[in-house]
Design a protein around this ligand. Sequence first.
Ligand SMILES: Cc1ncc(COP(=O)(O)O)c(C=O)c1O
Length: 377
Amino acid sequence: MQAEGAQIFDLTAGEPDFPPPPAAEAAGIAAIEQGKGRYTAAAGMMPLRKAVAAQLERNWGLPYRPQEVVITNGAKIAIAQALLALVDPGDEVLIPIPCWTSYPEMVKLAAGVAVEVPCLSNHLPDLAALEAARTERTVAILLNTPSNPTGVVYPEACLRELGEWALRHGIRIISDEIYAALTYGEAKHVSPLAILPELRKTSVWIGGMSKTYAMTGWRMGFLAAAPEVAKAVATVQSQLSGSPNAISQLASLAAIEQADEDVARMDLAFASRAKLISEKLSAMPGIRCELPQGAFYAWLDVSAFFGKQDPATKRTVTSGDDLADILLEADRVASIGGSAFGDSRCLRFSFATGEEVLTEAMKRLAARLAALQSSPG
Ligand SMILES: Cc1ncc(COP(=O)(O)O)c(C=O)c1O
């Protein structure tokens, strides 16, 4: 549609709409000019491993040693490689849903079985349901806080309960904390691996540059784990993706050391958009939307509109995906239907876009929902 000249109000982005920190760009350019684009150690260059370890301790109370940090070509491959290292064929990995699209597929690629367990209505993991889904073959659980797609930040009490349960049953936590720096209002990120240090013996922490530093295309992620786990992941990496991008490693080092202010500015902008989008959404009849606590997504249940026929497109809404299609076709508003995240009653809006686009998209959504509400069905 864009290629045909249509203006699309795009709320699908999984990446910040800000530029990377100037310090990162300058360090990347200098690295190229100085001919630093060569292979590094498979687990990444030591200065960056040290900087990530120091940041983990400083920001999240996670005292990992540099040798326990593996630098990867993005958080995505960090998770995939951790699964390849830790999951044997037929092993089961629990995944609270809704979840980030790639988790179940990555478990399958590692020849594991992805066991999807619906969250509670407040989008927090349902411990009773997880316990019911646990079997002899359960080896790990994939957690993601702050959450993509729900924007929920798991409270400490919830993580403690989950962590104690995981320890009791020898279940590893693969803790995807890629949105840790982006929290709003009262919400504060806390790592389960900081609450229960015992978990660090078997579990894996995941982070990266994409979201915090707006460096998605630089492909830089991190993993931290006990030495034998970190070593196993580094071995997988050395055979699979190879040493991480050297230029991006040097740029990331500069960002971690110099870009705290850029990150704080971006966090403030996201906080203001989180407020804006949740105020607009809560004013729409039939929609319940909490203030997103972290990441940059609003997740809404649109099942109140199921069975309604849209007067413009003549389509009947039977899922969040239908509504996403209608919004795109009739209103030029792009969102992502919830089935991509394991819950087809919902829709995900990203607020990684300017306030003008957000405001116009919300105006169009409100008008569409009003039209649906007054239609038959
Ligand atoms: C929850 C979650 N984890 C991991 C990633 C992967 O990030 P990266 O760009 O570092 O591979 C994403 C990206 O969308 C994400 O949303």
